[in-house]
Design a binder for this molecule. Sequence first.
Ligand code: F0G
Length: 461
Amino acid sequence: MDGFKTIIEPFKIKTVETIKISTVQERKAFLEKAHYNPFLLDSDQVIIDFLTDSGTSAMSDKQWAAMMQGDESYAGARSWKKFYEAVSSLTHCKYVLPTHQGRAAERILYGYLGGKGKYFISNTHFDTTRANIEFSGAEAFDIPIAEGLIPEIDYPFKGNMDVKKLESIIKEKDAENIGAVILTVTNNSGGGQPVSMQNVEEVSAICKKYKVLFILDCCRIAENAYFVKHREASQQYKSYRQIAEDMFKLADGAIMSAKKDALVNMGGFLALKNEELANACKNLLIITEGFTTYGGLSGRDMEALAVGIEEVFDPHYLHYRIKSTAYLGDKLHAMGVPLMRPIGGHAVYIDAEKLYPHIPKHQYPGQALVCELYLKGGIRAVEIGSVMFGKYNDVGTLITAPMELVRLAIPRRVYTQSHIEYVIEVFEKILKDKSSARGFKITYEPRFLRHFTAHFERLPS
Ligand code: F0G
């Protein structure tokens, strides 16, 4: 903005929501009652909620106004037409299936394509993506590039897929057994890191060569487009929207959790180019979500989504969004907090293994940090490490995740600069007291997606 270095929020606040302020003593009791799992806390017990950027956006006045025009007709609603137009013009997909959120689209597509003997390949499958694939009986391979697994190294596109590995897995498993190749942009579980246009082109070419279906998990594609424009020379003269469209042109379809870059609180879709596949999925949509012109959404949801998916490409918004996330990350980095570099689009990922070298991986250093953040500052964050991705081998030994990260996911258009300054101050305390943090053991866990409901016990020091 006219040469000033301060980046302001490019919006004014019209409605406010009260934050309940708690004391350390109160939070101690809340956390104990929640079995040391922040997913089990009440939102009123949280001061700054960085659990997720999903469904937590503040909608604009234009989105709220659009909601008043929701046409709630069962079939062929005006709102469906707006939604369809917005999604198909962006994704270049003729067939659009509205779902209540991303995982419903995953269940439909990957449930249909999956099953025993099928394989899916991704830069990194998000947890619900992997769970839907594995639930079908299929196997999921994560093949991020090597740089993507080293938190501290600076590399412009750490979200890229290893295309050599992609080709060798397709050859090894036989193309007809590959359910789909999925590029997650940005790569959420891999640190919110972007995927380059070149990588999308290479993945697309391999998928075409072997006639394998290529799907974009596009829930943060606008944020990804920002990085592409500013880091990939060949893309610098395109608009953010054009970059996103060009990525969609290279894929056979897309799944979107609209709760991220479509700036809505609920919603998603499956978009496809192939009629036969779309028809098979539509049957499943009708059985499990709803009729084809609303799926899992009400008319007003489709209205808000149609507006949000355009708003997100506003250059002032995207600049503020990416730079404000980087502001938090860069400040923490300068203070000596070990974290994933460079800073991703929607979140800052702390390297808990490095922060707490005295806590072994099987005692979940990420969970320790998540609990410290809550106790010290009422900040709720999520562990993305061996709690989320840990598995047991045949004899019940924990196979730990490659990285022990903690994600500070930043809701869109919700928190102001002073909220962020507060978070930075809490981290000063985290650093000061780091040697007293303790590990955890799991005392209860379900079979799938254990991090949501697991119970923990703090280990003695
Ligand atoms: N794919 C990615 C990359 C995601 O980040 C998510 C959700 C989904 C799919 C599933 O979408 O939640 O609408 O069913 N991520 C949220 C998060 C939950 O906190 O990162 P959903």
